[in-house]
Design a protein around this ligand. Structure first.
Ligand code: B1M
Length: 213
């Protein structure tokens, strides 16, 4: 197998044996984010496909998630960091009912490496918790992540609740079940401030930079 195939395979197999030496080798060829977005994400997509076809059970997918997290943790110190002044504060959360956090945590890494102060509220965050955190933290932006179809709907509800509490800081949304169209036609009309859709963590950073300019 090629190095790239082996890296995808660690995720698919949920095995960490040999992972770190292969990541080390990959770092000589690619920037860390390309390793995540390339072979590791290819592995995760395959996991999603196998899971969908009932060829993997939740416990196995959890092991794949552990491999992905270990790989990201190993690669994180090698990522580019800007030494700029703090550009703003972002509240980050996976929405109510959703436990998926790998994408959200990747957003946290990219944002905090690039001048943002990130307050990560974790997973299954109900609107009330976001509202309280907004009042306490006074963020410049709210970032919501969700991977389930029902999470896209939950973002609509969250936007409504935030608006009802008078919150209007820019909102950044992302996650597999979401689209730009859904964001513009369903979430944005329910919110007072701007709502933007990010297809991945780097796109999220670009959008955050534009929003805070
Ligand atoms: Co779940 N799961 N899962 N799962 N899981 C999906 C999402 C699914 C598509 C798999 C499938 O069936 N094909 C499917 C959703 C179906 C749907 O609603 N459309 C699914 C399901 C059904 C479920 C359960 C219901 C299964 C069950 O229990 N029967 C259950 C849900 C529990 C719940 O949330 N209440 C469940 C559970 C789990 C595990 C716990 C086992 C595990 C998560 C572990 C964890 O996160 N700690 C898991 C995993 C790993 C997946 C897949 C395989 C991979 C997700 C992932 O981590 N991808 C996933 C299939 C898939 O996506 N291919 C699947 C890697 C990650 C880096 O990508 O999070 O998409 P992602 O983030 C991307 C972008 O989306 C974007 O940037 C990142 C890239 O840079 N992004 C943002 C994300 N958030 C952003 C926020 C931003 C900006 C960009 O700004 C704020």
């Amino acid at each position: 197998l090629t190095l790239e195939e082996r890296l995808a395979n660690y995720v698919v197999e949920g095995s960490k044996e040999g992972l770190i030496p292969d990541l080390e080798q990959a770092l000589a060829k690619y920037p860390p984010l390309d390793i995540i977005n390339g072979p590791l994400m290819n592995g995760m997509e395959e996991v999603g496909r196998l899971f969908n076809d009932n060829e993997l059970i939740v416990a196995e997918v959890l092991q794949s998630a552990e491999v992905m997290k270990a790989a990201v943790a190993y690669l994180e110190p090698f990522m580019e960091k800007t030494e700029s002044a703090v550009k703003g504060k972002i509240l980050l959360a996976t929405v109510k009912g959703d436990v998926h956090d790998i994408g959200k945590n990747l957003v946290e890494i990219i944002m905090s490496n690039n001048g943002y102060q990130v307050v990560n509220l974790g997973i299954k965050v109900p609107p009330e918790q976001l509202i309280t955190a907004c009042r306490e933290q006074k963020p410049d932006m709210i970032g919501l992540s969700g991977l389930l179809v029902k999470s896209a709907q939950q973002m609509v509800v969250t936007a409504q609740d935030l608006r009802a509490s008078g919150i209007d800081v820019p909102m950044l949304v992302g996650g597999a079940a979401l689209t730009r169209k859904f964001t513009h036609t369903r979430i944005a009309p329910e919110y007072e401030g701007p709502v933007v859709y990010a297809k991945d963590a780097m796109d999220g950073l670009d959008l955050a930079n534009r929003l805070s300019d």
